[in-house]
Design a protein around this ligand. Structure first.
Ligand SMILES: NC(=O)c1ccc[n+]([C@@H]2O[C@H](COP(=O)([O-])OP(=O)(O)OC[C@H]3O[C@@H](n4cnc5c(N)ncnc54)[C@H](O)[C@@H]3O)[C@@H](O)[C@H]2O)c1
Length: 335
């Protein structure tokens, strides 16, 4: 059985990736256990699975783990990910998203055997894109927030290591994900939580910011395709083609929740709050490369998957899946 390391495996996308890969590979999950981690995201009884609480910046630990397991792939999902938190305090982002990547690269460079690095990055590195334009893999990086600047820096370091040291790495740039296991501070869980608790739904600025939304399993599916058949040294955009502004997302979720819980007197209203500084207006990806080269396509219907996601959160909000602290930091409400 091939061994793969998944860093950040207690987070949103990493835990979904583990749940998909669990019967195919021996999985080593390395996670620092930050506020965004949740042990409930992973079934502790899965076979062929080891968890290590560690920072990807820990040189000795990463060296020893490579020696112990000799993995064939590292999926790097360990990162600080919330844009608002990066504006409040960028330092942690620099440590995990730049220095952490640097340490992984150095560890791979110093390790004698071949390991493929699949680095998970974001569409935010391309910055704002104009109406009707879709970012291509070869476009320049123009990050706007400390979060996207650290992701862009990590990507650039990897590109330099690919060229200079021939490190076998691939960078993936995906759009906004939704689905189960996402930390409640993010937009979609926040909307669902506030509607269920009859609270106003905080939306930044005029609510016209457009994002491309992909179901998390479609993203994971693309990562697996890329790990198996992607060309070393390349970047792949991963998008769904589903573009929605924040007001439309909120309206769609209000509508869906009313249908799901048969509750006509849901009174939650959208509340426009002071905009996030540096807020990009529009992201959109050109995903032709992955579709043509790897025959990957986004299979999910947004409508079906958002309904499933809402049902998942309705059920989890009733249990102790999340900690109380998880609801304290809310986009918009802190302003
Ligand atoms: N969520 C999205 O919509 C989205 C879209 C595109 C790309 N991405 C990228 O995908 C990756 C995963 O995102 P997510 O939404 O699952 O994030 P998340 O915040 O839910 O999880 C990140 C995990 O990484 C861990 N971590 C952070 N720093 C670490 C460190 N130094 N060492 C070890 N573990 C560390 C955290 O403890 C957490 O469990 C990130 O790189 C992010 O930039 C996310």
């Amino acid at each position: 059985m091939k061994k793969v390391i998944i860093t950040g495996g207690l987070g949103f996308i990493g835990s979904n990736l583990i749940n998909i890969l669990k019967n195919k590979y021996f999985i080593i999950n390395i996670d620092k256990v930050t506020y965004a981690s949740n042990f409930n995201n992973i079934n502790p009884y899965i076979k062929n699975y080891r968890f290590y609480k560690a920072d990807i910046n820990d040189k000795i630990f990463i060296k020893n783990i490579l020696k112990k397991y000799n993995p064939s792939i590292i999926f790097n999902l360990a990162a600080e990910t919330h844009v608002d938190r990066s504006i409040d305090g960028p330092e942690k982002f620099i440590k995990s998203n730049i220095l952490g990547v640097f340490n992984l690269l150095e560890s791979i460079r110093n390790y004698q055997k071949k390991i493929k690095l699949i680095h998970i990055s974001t569409d935010e590195v391309y910055g704002d894109v104009k109406k009707n334009y879709k970012s291509k893999e070869e476009d320049a990086y123009r990050p706007s927030s400390p979060y996207s600047a650290t992701k862009a820096s990590g990507d650039l370091l990897i590109k330099s290591y690919i060229r200079t040291y021939k490190i076998p790495a691939i960078i993936t740039n995906c759009c906004n994900n939704f689905g189960p296991n996402q930390y409640p501070e993010k937009l979609i869980p926040t909307i669902i939580y506030n509607i269920l608790n009859q609270k106003p739904i905080p939306i930044y600025g005029k609510g016209q910011n457009i994002r491309e939304w992909i179901y998390v399993e479609d993203h994971c599916d693309a990562l697996i395709r890329i790990a198996e058949d992607g060309i070393i040294g390349e970047n792949y955009n991963i998008g769904s083609g589903v573009l929605l502004n924040n007001i439309d997302i909120a309206k769609k979720i209000i509508f869906a929740i009313k249908k799901i819980i048969h509750h006509s007197n849901i009174i939650s209203k959208i509340k426009l709050v002071r905009d996030r500084p540096g807020h990009d207006l529009r992201y959109s990806l050109n995903s032709t490369k992955i579709k043509n080269q790897l025959k990957w396509e986004c299979k999910s219907s947004f409508k079906e998957r958002i309904n499933e996601t809402i049902v998942w959160y309705i059920n989890k909000f009733k249990t102790n899946h999340f900690k109380n602290d998880d609801f304290k930091y809310r986009t918009g409400l802190k302003i």
